[in-house]
Design a protein around this ligand. Sequence first.
Ligand code: SF4
Ligand code: SF4
Length: 443
Amino acid sequence: MKLENLTFRGGTHIEEFKELSSGSLPSPMPAPGKVILTMSQHIGAPAKPLVKKGDEVKMGQKIAEAGGFVSAPVHSSVSGTVLGIVNYRSATGQLVQAIEIENDGQDSLGYEEVDRSKDDLSIEEMLDYIKEAGIVGMGGAGFPTHVKLQPPKDTPVDTIIINGAECEPYLTCDDVTMRTKPEKIVAGLALMMKIAGAKKGFIAIEDNKPDAIAAVEKALEGKGENMALAVLKTKYPQGDEKRIITAVTGREVPMGGLPAAVGCIVDNVGTTCAIVDAVYYGKPLYERVVTVTGHALNEPKNLLVRFGTTIGEVLDYAGGLATEAGKIIFGGPMMGVAQASVDSVTDKRNNGILVLTKEEAEPQRIDPCIRCNRCVEVCPVFLEPLIIASASKMENWDIAQANDVTACIECGSCSYICPSHRPLTELIRFGKQEVMAMNRKKK
Ligand code: SF4
Ligand code: SF4
């Protein structure tokens, strides 16, 4: 079955620049001489180190255990010697614990390679393999996957959606994964449907990826009516999980609610492949496909990168800069995080490294609001960005709260569309943090 022309209300069209890297199929980047593995590569409690300075470790060995139920273990991405446990600035800006490991260049395996693909695995076994492999949402959110696959009992799940929208400009890591591993993605969907007890599964892809659509459609042949391809109209932010649920199923996740509230679980393409690697083949998560791109680079491309590699090392390996960098972003230009240094390290959430030129990064003049209403028209959450941004600027948290500031998904569509270049998303993000902190204090 194939659903077509699916979409959501609001959103906007953004220049894509995907052609910079979409022709590059993922190739492995050699591991660097030293990796720095942070303990907070996910949402939730940081992982707790299991090793100490001087310990010998192997590639894929668990070196840190989950710090709680909403947490994930960390595995070494190389074999070698632990140099120490340090504090390190993560790509998201926090100072976190990290394990430094000197690479011995041997890639000695620290896990057992198996083939369980024909085994009759129980749901508990599959969840345990996913949890122990340290799998988290690889679309950027980093939510631990074993938790997502166990929704509350009062919200049974009937639908799994594999999110292949990849609506952020520049990024192509999911596109190339779908083109090269469509069978693995279909196998991952079947696994997740079994774990969650879902009757229906969709692989949802934006219509600007015809090769991925063709590959997945072929892989779905003969798999039955309960798994289908869902072709989405290309529009930002179609990859947001609530927007993709609405587009594919017509269901609206209530404000502040989780996808499970409407019987859905959404997982990213990379996460889906990692689930298959862990459940069937025993492989922990210690590397991923990263789109290394931007007009400031000589050779934008997709690389399979070991976690703990610095941005500087990735950029050098990818062919270096063609011109002076104006801004370096972890992720895409809309929802990614600007980096202060090329010493930030890749982790499980890092789908892209984008380097803008000086001209592209030049700040634009901010003019007064002309009440054109365009920010309201594009907001996928149906907020009034101009009112919330103005309330945030005046630090009037009652007005911000009354206008649902906390429902903002920080997609950046309002800032992108504003003809006056007003920093709407930045102001709303600030207001959201303040209102959430205020509400926490009241509890
Ligand atoms: S207000 Fe928030 S959700 Fe709405 S367009 Fe702006 S950033 Fe996106
Ligand atoms: S898009 Fe910009 S100029 Fe137009 S109403 Fe919104 S804030 Fe004002």
